[in-house]
Design a protein. Structure first.
Length: 329
């Protein structure tokens, strides 16, 4: 009774202090929560990834079966009233990330989180079985440990079975396309804008004043201003519902941050007091930025490397030369 009052009162217990009854109650609550998480994954994936949704439906059904077996033993050993103990009541117990932190990170991230959940559950049942002195409770906990050990392999088998052939390849293709549309494309546009469009004003200021601090302030204002502008423009011009490009805030964030980074890359060297040292480092950074854009275009946008080099290096070189010529005039 004292341990129950501690739990209800909000005090966090150590796992080693839990009784067999409390461990069973904790296992029931954990299986219940995991089953709901898998069911939610399935519901969120059903429209775009129906085969993966079937996998998570099957995993939710298995968690519910574990929960029923635990409840049957709990009722036989104790009573129909299950102690209200959950993960957050135990200080050294594993915890689950909020679903909204995972579901927006893509199909592969959701699958990996499911594997982590199964490994956590296996470790819990192994520790719980080792502490139990009740033969029947220990047998069930050991069975569930073995089940969870096989569950990760079973999840992989389910994925291979239900996502084999065309379904798996198609879902992976859809997931990659969504990643490119939501994150890569806006981020690339921002990096190109930030890296290339700020070259002229930054280097014009540099060669006109030969003052590193003034050049840095111009570069800072140009980079942050361009980042804010690009972020809001990307988020406002398309809500993503018809185009399928993803949530506006994600695209705006990717575009805005990468635009600012692109400009700040060759503005930050002008924090160095020596003008020519700062300029030399800034030119090296520009070269790295332009090559990064070429690589991203080739890697994610499937632009031929020769065409990407011609477009980016030539365009960036012309803008850079324009800024230097105007500043030095």
């Amino acid at each position: 009774m004292r341990s129950l009052l501690a739990t209800l009162g909000g005090a966090r217990r150590r796992f080693d202090s839990l009784s067999a009854q409390e461990i069973l109650a904790l296992a029931i609550a954990s299986e219940e929560e995991d089953g709901r998480i898998y069911a939610l994954y399935a519901s969120r994936l059903r429209e775009s990834y129906p085969a993966s949704a079937e996998v998570f439906d099957a995993m939710a059904a298995e968690e519910n079966d574990h929960r029923r077996r635990l409840i049957d033993l709990y009722r036989a050993r104790y009573s129909d009233l299950i102690l209200p103990i959950r993960r957050e009541h135990v200080a050294d117990f594993y915890w689950r990330k909020p679903v909204w932190l995972i579901e927006n990170l893509g199909l592969d991230r959701i699958r990996e989180e499911a594997r982590i959940m199964e490994r956590d559950a296996q470790a819990f049942y192994a520790a719980a079985a080792a502490r139990s002195t009740d033969a029947e409770v220990r047998r069930l906990l050991g069975d569930l440990e073995a089940a969870e050990a096989q569950h990760e392999k079973g999840a992989d088998a389910l994925i291979a079975d239900r996502l084999g052939g065309g379904a798996g390849a198609e879902e992976d293709s859809v997931a990659r396309r969504q990643f490119v549309l939501t994150w890569v494309q806006p981020g690339l546009a921002g990096l190109m804008d930030g890296s290339v469009s700020t070259l002229a004003p930054i280097f014009a200021t540099a060669f006109a004043t030969q003052d590193p601090w003034t050049t840095f302030l111009v570069g800072l204002s140009a980079s942050l201003g361009a980042g804010i502008s690009m972020g809001f423009t990307e988020a406002a011009h398309d809500d993503g519902k018809l185009s399928g490009r993803g949530a506006p805030w994600k695209r705006g964030l990717a575009s805005g941050v990468m635009t600012a980074i692109g400009g700040l890359g060759h503005a930050l060297p002008y924090l160095i007091p020596s003008f020519w040292t700062a300029t030399a480092i800034a030119l090296v950074v520009v070269f790295v930025e332009l090559w990064a854009i070429v690589w991203i275009q080739n890697r994610y946008m499937e632009t031929p490397i020769g065409r990407a080099m011609f477009q980016i290096l030539l365009g960036g070189g012309l803008v850079l030369a324009t800024g230097i010529l105007i500043g030095g005039a």
